[in-house]
Design a protein around this ligand. Structure first.
Ligand code: TYD
Length: 209
C-alpha cells in the first residue's frame, strides 16, 4: 500500500540517454491529466544541494576521493528529500526526479567499487528510507550515449569502461524488482519511449492512495 498521498517517479540511465526529454513529456502528460507535477533533479534541487552539486561535478576536482564523492551525493540527496521531495509528496504531488538513489548505487557503488549495500544504506539513512514508487531506466550503450555529450562534467569524463559498469549496474538493479522498475531501450523513437512510460505511469496513478 502507498504510504504518502503523492507519487514519486525517478528517471535513471547513462549519459546521453534522453532523460530530460522524457521527463518533460511525462510532466506534460500528467499535468494534462490534472495532477500537480514537481520536476526536480539530482544532485541539486535546493540551494545547498546545488552548491554540493557544483563541487561534486566540477572538472576542477578531478580525482576527488571516491568516499567523499559518495558522501557528497548522499548529503545533497538528504537535503533535497527533506526540503523538496517529501513536502511535495505530502501534499499529493507527483514528483518526477532526474536521477536518485540508484545513480549512487550504480556510479559510486558499482562504478567506484565502494560496495553496493554500503552506498545504498548511506542514501537510505540520508533520506530516511525514501524510495521511488517507480524508476524508469533509459538504457543506452555508453559508446552511443557519450557521443551526445558536449561539455563533459567530472563523471562524464570517466573512461568508457566505467560507464559500461554503470550501465550493467542499472540493468542489474532493475532486474531484481520488475514491479518498481521499467527498463526501456533509449535508442527507440522518442514517441515510442514516451508511450511506454505514460502507460506505466497511468497504471501507477490508478492505484488508490
Ligand atoms: P547531470 O549533468 O545531471 O547529468 P545527466 O544529464 O547525465 O543526469 O550530472 C549528474 C552526474 O552525476 C551524472 O554523471 C551522474 C552522476 N551522479 C552520480 O555519480 N551519483 C549520484 O548519486 C547522482 C545523483 C549522479
Amino acid at each position: 500500500m502507498p504510504t504518502s498521498p503523492g507519487v514519486f517517479i525517478a528517471f535513471e540511465g547513462g549519459e546521453g540517454a534522453g532523460k530530460s526529454t522524457q521527463e518533460q513529456l511525462l510532466a506534460e502528460h500528467l499535468t494534462a491529466a490534472g495532477h500537480e507535477v514537481v520536476r526536480t533533479r539530482e544532485p541539486g534541487g535546493t540551494p545547498a544541494a546545488e552548491a554540493m552539486r557544483n563541487i561534486v561535478l566540477s572538472p576542477e576536482f578531478i580525482g576527488l576521493d571516491a568516499r567523499s564523492e559518495a558522501l557528497l551525493f548522499a548529503a545533497s540527496r538528504g537535503e533535497h528529500v527533506a526540503r523538496v521531495i517529501r513536502p511535495a509528496l505530502a501534499r499529493g504531488a507527483v514528483v518526477v526526479c532526474d536521477r536518485y538513489l540508484d545513480s549512487s548505487v550504480a556510479y559510486q557503488g558499482y562504478g567506484r567499487d565502494l560496495g553496493v549495500e554500503r552506498v545504498r544504506d548511506l542514501s537510505l539513512w540520508a533520506t530516511n528510507n525514501l524510495l521511488p514508487d517507480l524508476t524508469i531506466v533509459l538504457d543506452i550503450d555508453p559508446v552511443i550515449g557519450l557521443t551526445r555529450i558536449t561539455n563533459p562534467d567530472r563523471l562524464e569524463a570517466e573512461p568508457i569502461e566505467y560507464h559500461a559498469r554503470v550501465r550493467a549496474a542499472f540493468l542489474d538493479i532493475a532486474k531484481g524488482d520488475p514491479d518498481r522498475y521499467l527498463v526501456i531501450d533509449a535508442v527507440l523513437p522518442i514517441h515510442e519511449i514516451a508511450k511506454e512510460i505514460h502507460e506505466r505511469a497511468d497504471l501507477l496513478m490508478a492505484v488508490p492512495r
